[in-house]
Structure formats: structure tokens, C-alpha cells
Design a protein around this ligand. Sequence first.
Ligand code: KG4
Ligand code: ZN
Length: 336
Amino acid sequence: MKKDFKILAIESSCDETSCAVVVDGRVCLSNIVSSQIDIHTRFGGVVPEVASRNHITAIDNVVKLALSTANLTFNDIDAIAVTYGAGLIGSLLVGVSYAKGLSYALNKPLIAVNHIYGHIAGNYLTYKDLTPPFICLVVSGGHTAIIRVDDYNHHEIIGETLDDAVGESFDKVARVLGLGYPGGPKVSALAENGKNFIEFTKPNHELGYNFSFSGKKTAIINYVHTLQQANKPIPKEDICYSFEKSAVDELVEKTINATKEYGYKKIVLAGGVSANKRLRAELTRAARENGIECYIPKMEYCTDNAAMIGSAGYYAFINGVGIADLNLAPNPSLSL
Ligand code: KG4
Ligand code: ZN
């Protein structure tokens, strides 16, 4: 394998249009993210059709900016990597079609990347020496899982959510409290001023390493509606604090237990919810107390970005997986 292998990566699975240039899977030369948050805020969530139309408008400039920021031209690029799932079909189609066009025009290899493997790889960019094996806690808008990562391209699920993903429940709690979109950061900001813990649900030990977040969300919705009907004030800060604390405690406890039970020495955090301050702090603390090394991605690699796709694409390519051609089609429900 040639040294200084440069991948141009494209990510467009949800509402961020992003392009990056990554060298040898570990060094990020540029990572341009054009967010549509301001557009979707008006609607209280991502509108898929609006998202795909905005990807089309943005992608050309985002790719050009990623190249110029890296001080490179298309000729310097060795391969194109693209997220092909999971995500919104219309959004994925824009990135996949663009990447196929580039691969064809430049006659460079095309690498298909699973979005979640990308989130994990955000840690390879953050920690240059991090290598598998490790336990990974994946927490995003669409996934919540504890997985064993035994090699760059080999993952096994130990536990996962049986209903809502944790990011999705942050977004739903935000909606019922009228905090707007995206909910995670807004719930987290209010939670910092919460003082009184309200126990919305009791921990369910029968779930093993699996999770269930929809019960917490429903309990909060009922609680808020009861107060509204009685014309009583809604303690938003305490509700956010209680939801965030109970979700984080459960995620941390199960991840630590799984790491110990399976005999791993490292925990890696991945996905949009890894931007959550309480989760970052609590996982780090609990890992330290148990003599486990803990890896938390840099903030810029937590939520959706193309650099993480460039890193995951590199490890797929050098291991001979994910090599695609012009038949590549997006898979909106691609599993882990
Ligand atoms: O990974 P991501 O960017 O998109 C998916 O792949 O799904 O994750 C987005 C999710 C959203 O649900 C968002 O509310 C949540 O991550 N999120 C957070 C925070 N920042 C983003 N949740 C809690 N606290 C945060 N600070
Ligand atoms: Zn994501």
C-alpha cells in the first residue's frame, strides 16, 4: 500500500453536507461541514425532501472547498469514499451519485462506507495510536449499541436498543418541552441547571445489555401533559437533568459491565450523542475507576462529518472490503 494515501470522503446521510480529505486513515487535511440546521429548525426536525434538495445545492462547493483547504487538486486524490447507509434515502442518493460521478471521471477507486463505522473511526482521527480490539458505545440519532470491535472491519453487537435510539429520545424530550431542534444540545444545556432528580422509570435489569428509551420518553410526555392540564409550571430544567442523568447512567453502567465481562481493556465512544458533556465526563470517570482506558472523540468528529468516513474508508480499502463500482446503491436501513 502506497504511503500518503489520500481519500476524498463524502457524507450526506442526514442534514449535513460534508467533504474531507484524509491521509492514511489518520490525518485530516480538511473537513468541511455545511449544516442545514437553520433550515430544518423552522419545521422542528429534518424534512427529508428539503434535506436532499439542499445537499444538491451545497455539495459542489463543499467538495471544492475541501480540496482547496487541503491545498490539493483532484489529481492528488487516490480514492473516493462515500457513506451509502444508513440514512435518509434522498440525502444518501446525492452523496452516492456525486461520488460515483467523481470516481468515474477521475478513474479512481470508489469505497462504500457504513455511516456507523465512520462514527467509530472518528476516534482513529482523534487518537493516532488507537487500534482495535475495544468495546465501543455507539450513541447516535438512529443507533444505540454496545459492540465488540475486534478488528477494523469486524464488529459484533453485545447489546442494543429495543426501541428508540438515545439521540432520538433526546430529540423527542426536547420537542415535548418546546425546546426546538436539534434536541440533544438543548436538553443538555437546560440539564446543567437542573437540581431535583425525578425518577420517571425504574432501571430494568431484565434487559441485560440491551436498552429501552421509549418508556422514559413516554413517562416524560405524560408528566408534562398532566402538569399542563392542571395549569402548573413545568420544571423543564429538572426534567432535562433527570432524563439526561438516567440515560447516561444506564449507558455508562452497561458499557463498563460489558467491558469487564468480555475482558476488554479499552472503551471507545462514538456517534452524535458522544458530544454530550455528562456522558463524556461520566464514562471517563467510570472507566478510570475500573482501570479501563477511555477514548472520547474530538467534538468535531462527534456529529456527522466526512473526515470520519475518510478514515473508515481507508481501513475498509486496505482490508479489501467496501470496494464499490457504479452499481453502488444507497441503503437507508443498513445495519451495523
Ligand atoms: O450521529 P448524529 O450526528 O446523526 C446520526 O447519525 O444519527 O447524531 C445526531 C444525534 C441527534 O439526536 C442529536 O440530538 C444528538 O445526536 N446530539 C446530542 C448532543 N449533540 C447531538 N445529544 C445529547 N447531547 C448533545 N450534546
Ligand atoms: Zn451520524
